[in-house]
Design a protein around this ligand. Structure first.
Ligand code: B12
Ligand code: SF4
Length: 237
């Protein structure tokens, strides 16, 4: 068991503000906290970047979309300049599809492919215990001047086992809407579509009761006047 780590997860500034809290890094934060780690979340589409000592983190992780890649790379370069020993990891749809473009910026150490929940925990364990991360599935990185990619990892089967997203770490008042995850995956194959790293052909649903509880918690915590149960089942006494 390695000691607890302090991790920063960032959604870099994009073309536009997020109108809902970023689900991916909120889930990753909740998983890290459940494992005893300390996490800070920053959604730079809705909040400014205040001065901070990036050297305090054992890892900085970013979600990259095509819309925030340039800003994410710029931020990673700034962090790298003053804190060369802090690993910077990119995940999310853009990093998943374009790992070369991300790694060639020279600002990111690693790209995480696919679902990040287990990958990030294993990576932090490896970094904290000084083990080689080359055996962790779902990563791309430079080794001996070449980009190597480790085998893909299987998708999560039991989505109900995931914790509630760590929305309490975000400025929830800045989002006009909330979202909850009901499923992952899509069985179809439209040629223009990149399903996203947390998706697969196989559809995986959350248990409906658990989902209704999540929805109610979300409203109760962040939007009390507007509690609208999603299904008749939720209105039962
Ligand atoms: C729902 C959704 C939205 C919602 C956001 C909901 C939310 N709560 O976050 C809304 C409607 C707001 C939205 C908006 C937009 N979206 Co959108 N959206 C999606 C959708 C359908 C699902 C995303 C999601 O929540 N997945 C579930 C979570 C759990 O997965 P995730 O975010 O990918 O995170 C996981 C992994 O990526 C990984 N991971 C993520 N970050 C990190 C970081 C680290 C360090 C690690 C280790 C791992 C990791 O681990 C996470 C957990 O497993 C995807 C398509 C898809 N199926 O993925 C498109 C998608 C992400 N959207 C896309 C786009 C283009 C947009 C918009 C630009 C559209 C527009 N023109 O306005 C905007 C961007 C908003 C912005 N501010 O930039 C594209 C991105 C393309 C790309 N290559 O970058 C996608 C992939 C759709 C597509 N195929 O074109 N979107
Ligand atoms: S666009 Fe993508 S997610 Fe939507 S139905 Fe087609 S394959 Fe599925």
């Amino acid at each position: 068991m390695t000691p607890a780590a302090k991790v920063l997860l960032v959604f870099p500034q994009a073309f536009e503000q997020n109108t809902v809290p970023p689900l991916g890094i909120s889930l990753l934060a909740a998983c890290l906290r459940a494992a005893g780690h300390e996490v800070e979340l920053l959604d730079l589409t809705v909040e400014p970047l205040h001065r901070r000592d990036f050297g305090q983190y054992c890892l900085v992780g970013m979600t990259l979309l095509c819309t925030n890649f340039p800003n994410g790379a710029e931020l990673a370069r700034r962090i790298r300049r003053d804190n060369p020993s802090v690993p910077i990891v990119a995940g999310g749809p853009f990093a998943d599809v374009c790992p070369r473009e991300v790694l060639e910026t020279g600002a990111f150490d690693l790209v995480a492919h696919g679902e990040g929940e287990r990958c990030l925990l294993e990576l932090i364990d490896a970094l904290r215990s000084g083990k080689d991360f080359g055996g962790i599935p779902g990563l791309s990185f430079y080794r001996e001047g070449k980009i190597v990619r480790t085998p893909s990892r299987p998708m999560l089967e039991d989505l109900d086992a995931l914790p509630f997203p760590a929305y309490e770490l975000l400025p929830m008042i800045r989002y006009p809407r909330h979202s909850i995850m009901a499923s992952r995956g899509c069985p179809w194959n439209c040629i223009f579509c990149d399903r996203g790293p947390a998706e697969s052909r196989k559809v995986r649903f959350l248990n409906s009761c658990w989902n209704v509880i999540r929805l109610c918690c979300c409203h109760a915590l962040f939007d009390p006047p507007d509690v609208r149960p999603a299904s008749p089942a939720a209105r039962a006494p």
